[in-house]
Design a protein around this ligand. Sequence first.
Ligand code: F6R
Length: 615
Amino acid sequence: MCGIVGYIGNREAYPVILNGLKRLEYRGYDSAGIALYDGSDIQLCKTQGKVSDLEAKVEKSITSKGSLGIGHTRWATHGVPNDVNSHPHYSNSGDLVIIHNGIIENYGSIKKELINRGYTFTSDTDTEVLVNLIEEIKKQEDVKLGKAVQIALNQVVGAYAIALFDRNKPDEIVVAKLGSPLAIGIGEDEFFVASDASPFIEFTNNAIYLKDEEMAIIRRGREVKVRNIKGDKLVAPYIQELQLNLEQIEKGGYDHFMLKEINEQPSVIKDTYRGRLLADQGIIKLGGLEDYISKFTNADRIIIVACGTSWHAGLVAEYIFEDLVRIPVEVEYASEFRYRNPIITEKDVVIAISQSGETADTLAAIKLAKEKGAFVYGICNVVGSTISRETHSGTYTHAGPEIGVASTKAFTTQITVLTMIALRLAKVKGTVSQSDYMLHLRELEMIPSKVEKALQEEDNIIQIAEIFKAAKNFLYLGRGYNFPVALEGALKLKEISYIHAEGYPAAEMKHGPIALIDEQMPVVVIAINSNHYEKVVSNIQEIKSRKGKIIAVVTEGDTVVKEMADYIMEVPATPEALTPLVTTIPLQLLSYHIAVMLGRDVDQPRNLAKSVTVE
Ligand code: F6R
């Protein structure tokens, strides 16, 4: 949902900002822009398209580049993606220049008021309204930029991470945050501003993550001053040492981040359980959980809130928790939950799952659950993210940065965390036998090598992708633990290949979707050894007799489905509760290769953005 970058210091700002925008492009990529200031002349360049289009345009149009600048890569909310709506935006006087990630909900009424006062607007954006509101306040109240920003932000409703500067203040950038992330990198006599730390990781390991309703005034060669937007209090900023390194945010020889991230799963799953799962000793220890175990074991029910792929991980957890812990679980789309006056009590535990930790709907669901008195536990990947701070406690997945827009390693590491939580609670509650408990611990420890094995099917999967790349529709079927995997497989295909795909519980097929099946329809069936094996075999027969093409995910050594399916993708055997961790791998690879063969922009599929910070 838009990436923002800023720089103020002694070096040339342009390369820092351009590189930063390339790293943040996963957040939005329908247009990009940059404004550079050398103390006498502001140079602004923006364009519809990607950061590479911006780069080409800058080379032609910008001469003096300066050591202060801001840049933006956009995911359109207000106004179509075009040059005019791209950021940065000037105020009417041409003195203020702003970039913004988020939405100003009451921009319409503010705009009307500003038009009455003689302001004109060139774009359709809420951002241009905000910068002019700041300008008007600065003029009317005769205050400095920082104060004007503060007053303006107290008048707006919505979400924002903003950075702006004033032509009359060549040594200052003002930033503020509510709902969208904003990090300030602290170098030696230089400062960086960005939506995440990736744009400045080679320059400094020290960063301040602004909290909601905080703003900062960043002056060249001085200390960063952080204050609360609501009051006048200065806040002592917490300077965090970053754990990120450059290697983690580069492709490392892979053609795409998505392929890198798919292949990282064996190692990141290990990172997720490292130090937390001691299988030999029969121990699971999750720092964030230990003090709150009784909240879970005494809970009437667990409500899981999430969106997209994280919601699918939540569905897998529903099976694990009900199966192993015997606590009723409801899994909710955060976007629906927050608006339907849900019944939540103090006896409920809410688990919020989010890779980015910034998803607006999930965040709103958390706030609602907290208001109603529920205990809220977060499962996030991005350390220090808003959701990780807003929840009462939680567990990080430690998957490392996920840059491909389609989520892969986040999903498997979320399931790994959820499985560990379920096993820990089951042990405390006594709802799992000691032998089953030990079996699952040992098997969980073996998942990385099984994922490794599943990845070795890639050449076979490439051949299958070649055969089906021209299909217009796909059906994905699974049962039990693998029904959410079918949903996730279909989502992966849709979002990166733009082929229509639907996931269904295999047995539901006969209640409608079976009408779609003909010889043109590839049906991906997860038909591994499980409690449902025989039933899934019957479902496969039903598809075959209607001439559908079967691509089956089977357990290594399977003979029955192998005979019936047109194509198979093998995964190693593992206890049923852990199967989603391996069955999802061939589906990720299948989507990836089909999308590559179709020439799609795999890491940045159309219309999407990695971190959805708007409703
Ligand atoms: C799909 C995908 C999205 C996200 C969803 C939630 O591949 O990436 O569906 O899963 O937008 O995002 P997080 O997990 O960051 O809350």
